[in-house]
Design a protein. Sequence first.
Lengths: 86, 555
Amino acid sequence: MPVKIDSSRCTGCKLCVESCPEDVFRLVPNSKVPRVARPDECFHCGACVMDCPEQCIHLILPLPLKPRFIEKKVFNEISGRSPEKK
Amino acid sequence: MSKKEFKQAKEADVLVIGGGLGGCMAALHAHREGARVLVVEKANVRRSGGAGTGNDHFGGIVIPGLSQWAAEDLVRDHTELAFGFVNQELVYTMASEGFDRVKDLEKMGIEFYKKDGKYYLFPQLHKVRSTLYMGGRDIKPKLAKELQRQKIPVLNRTMVVDLLVRDNQVVGAIGMNTRDGSLTLFKTKSVVLTTGACFRLFMNVTGVLMNTYYPPSSTGDGLGMALRAGATLTNMEGSNAIRGPKNLQRAGSGTYWPAKTVDAQGIPLDYPFPGESYYRWPAFTAGWTRARVQEGKIRLPVFRDTTSLSSEEIEFIERGLREEGGCWILLEWMKKHGKNFRTHLMEDDTYERRVSGGSGLFVNAQCQSTLSGLFAAGEVIAGLPWGAGPGAITLGWKAGGNAALHAQETTTLEPLPDQVENTLTRIKSHSSREKDLWADANLALQRIMSSYMGDIRSEEGLKIGLYRLEELIGEWKIIARNPHEMMRALEIENLSTIAKACLTAALERRASSRYHLHFRVDYPEWDPPEWKRWILVRQRGDQIEVEHRPIEYKY
């Protein structure tokens, strides 16, 4: 799931359902917490997280979307760049 | 026409299709001119469009008394950057009216960064400083609030399926609610098309279909409907490929401007224009990088090296990332995983192509298309590359004002029943009885575009591409089990309509063009001067007609 709603804190205001540009959420009968009905259509824009008044939505980046960083020390070793050189 | 098919009919003087930055500004201006305005938005204006979750910079503008250059100078620089493929009058509007729009946005509570009491300009696109820093994280909720305050009606979750045209004049549109499937018939005197860029046409470099840096629902719907309505498009052989963080696709490449870009050997990249500003780079990424890699001058991958920057410069980058669409997610992720701009280099990638930022609807200086009453602004229009947010805001405002003036001189016309019937038939062709999933249809289409219209093109390859496209359109039966899937199916249809225009234009440009990222192996000479001209395309029935036109330069 790209998005997780903390159901203990969700008040059911539905702002995430309204904000989502891809309409990923769906309201379900007898539940105040929206369901992440179309997880494959989430593009991790974070609109739901930004708009949630309870701050109870969390984004989870799936493996292929994880940004990639490299420590300067490791980069210098691999690249053969001298560490003094700026 | 079967009236019972429609849940409702709505009338307006100015119908704004697409409620992003450009659409909101168009609506505000048309409303101020006294027009009855209606905004139709596929998602929700609160967070829709390319700036839905923010925009941190506002570039390409002149601030009187502060800028080093006049608007004319910016226009000339922009023209040079784009190898001449610009509509100079649109660029001039952005440069000269941009600051007026900044003041409009300030009134809505959007803050622009100042240093020592003066607006802070930084270099991005141009040789001189012409970009303002903006606290634009909530620019969309603020614009949505302004529409509400001025009582401008908005119809959210409504996808416009087709424009309705009579005697070359736009008279209406058909919209579909993406949640309940109900249809609306719009009658209008003029339309402002602000549907944004076209994504999901080429295969995603990460292999994840919806991992795009603008909303994946930006499928160039406006271009699809404009082609079906008979409007003229240009630069469709061209596409834009930007560079950004590896894997998590994000725009805002200019936000990192103080950073050095280095290759895998740690060698700072030699930009196409040495010593000039950072932003000159993205325009060349796909073609230029490939050539440099093959010559052995660059070894991939490429990194953004921030490790030798000053604290002030790093704060500058981080502040920008907090305001630019979805980039705060990158910052949060870094914090959580112990990555830091002081100690780590960020790996970059060149993303797949998108059609926008210079390609699209052919409009004049007044933002009017070749159809009477059809105005457009933002990423859907041609001739304003790298306009992005400021382009949408300044020209959206202009298009809205002109659409309102047009409406004053026009009477409402009844749409033609046959046209309405055609659209209804098209919608009904997708049902739960069909077999192909929209995502599969999308991938099959992307496979064609990336195979035959990629980095190396030829007459034969493009012709086979067109053949494969017709074959695919003939065989797919896209399933729609609910209104949401219907929206996706209609998006794929728009993409296939655009694909045909792109392949046809690429076939017609028998020359290689750096601006268009268009390398024809059968015409390998770059940018022969006789090819500095527009290739116009328009759809007539099932055929795409092509026309060449000289580019006019005023500045």
